[in-house]
Ligand binder design. Structure first.
Ligand code: AG3
Length: 284
């Protein structure tokens, strides 16, 4: 068997692990909330792990961030106010702010340490987003923020960790209920919902809550190499009709936005909502 010294082993699941070789370790420490590491990998570039679970890599983060921003923003068509819950690395803000029509992005991150640290060690992920005057960074517990009254949002993006540790409350019915209350009419809630082949119960739980809350509740998929085990699911909840957007409308909006993407295309947007049987069966 190969010597695995100098590799990071992510053991998020009971019967499966993924290993990434560390060419060099740039940082290894504990913040107030979690263990934080950054290392360099030949294939993925810099990799950030929180409690040994891969959160973001330089090379494949575009897939995740594009799909959680451009899908709801372009489906909505007139999103001006976007809320990001989590997202401390700044990748989600980076993609949301590519839309000129987005006038304001609030980002609520629980861990100030993650933000500071990512600015220093992973500047390519935020790519200037933290300097954009349209971004308001709030260091607070996302669940507490959502409980409070405040201005509404057209798109709310939950960019959480997995439902273990500090991210757990972001998967509760109560949290989703509060999020819905903060949506403007026609607003869309999208969430990180794990890899359904590995974390099926997590998707089922969120979808049950979404079905009780929204007239349109489903999930859509994208494959992110370092979120191992097949495609990842993103929850989608709205009382509007944005999911029925004809391809031609998405194409026109995408062209108008003038955004360069590595993964998102209007065709991928439409196709992402086609669910394989094993995922459909996880839907309550
Ligand atoms: N947050 C999602 C990490 C989920 C990893 N889970 C997994 N492999 N099942 C990413 C934060 C990027 N902004």
């Amino acid at each position: 068997m190969r010597d695995m010294t100098g590799w990071t082993i992510e053991a998020l699941h009971d019967d499966h692990a993924q290993a990434l070789r560390e060419t060099s370790v740039l940082y290894d420490s504990k913040t107030d909330h979690q263990r934080l590491r950054v290392f360099e990998n030949g294939l993925f570039g810099r990799v950030l792990t929180l409690d040994d679970v891969v959160q973001v890599t330089e090379r494949d983060n575009f897939i995740y961030h594009e799909m959680l921003t451009h899908v709801p923003i372009l489906a909505h068509g007139a999103a001006k106010r976007v809320l990001i819950v989590g997202g401390g690395d700044g990748g989600m803000a980076r993609e949301a702010l590519r839309h000129d029509g987005v006038a304001h992005v609030t980002m609520v991150e629980i861990d100030a340490g993650v933000v500071e640290f990512c600015k220093t060690y992973l500047p390519a992920i935020s790519d200037g987003a933290f300097d954009d005057p349209r971004l308001e960074l709030v260091i607070d517990d996302g669940a507490a923020f959502m409980r409070r009254d405040g201005p509404g949002y057209d798109v709310i993006i939950v960019d959480s960790t997995d439902p273990i540790g500090p991210g757990e409350v972001l998967f509760t019915d109560t949290f989703y209920g509060h999020a819905k209350r903060r949506l403007n009419p026609g607003g869309i809630l999208v969430t990180q919902n794990g890899v359904p082949f590995m974390q099926g119960a997590e998707l089922t739980g969120t979808m049950r809550a979404f079905k009780a809350l929204f007239s349109d509740a489903t999930c859509y998929l994208a494959t992110v190499p370092t979120y191992a085990g097949g495609p990842m699911a993103f929850g989608w909840g709205t009382d509007g009709t944005a999911r029925d957007m004809p391809l031609a409308v998405l194409e026109a909006r995408f062209a108008e936005a003038g955004i360069e993407t590595g993964y998102y295309t209007p065709e991928v947007h439409e196709a992402a909502f086609a669910l394989p049987g094993y995922v459909k069966r996880l839907m309550p």
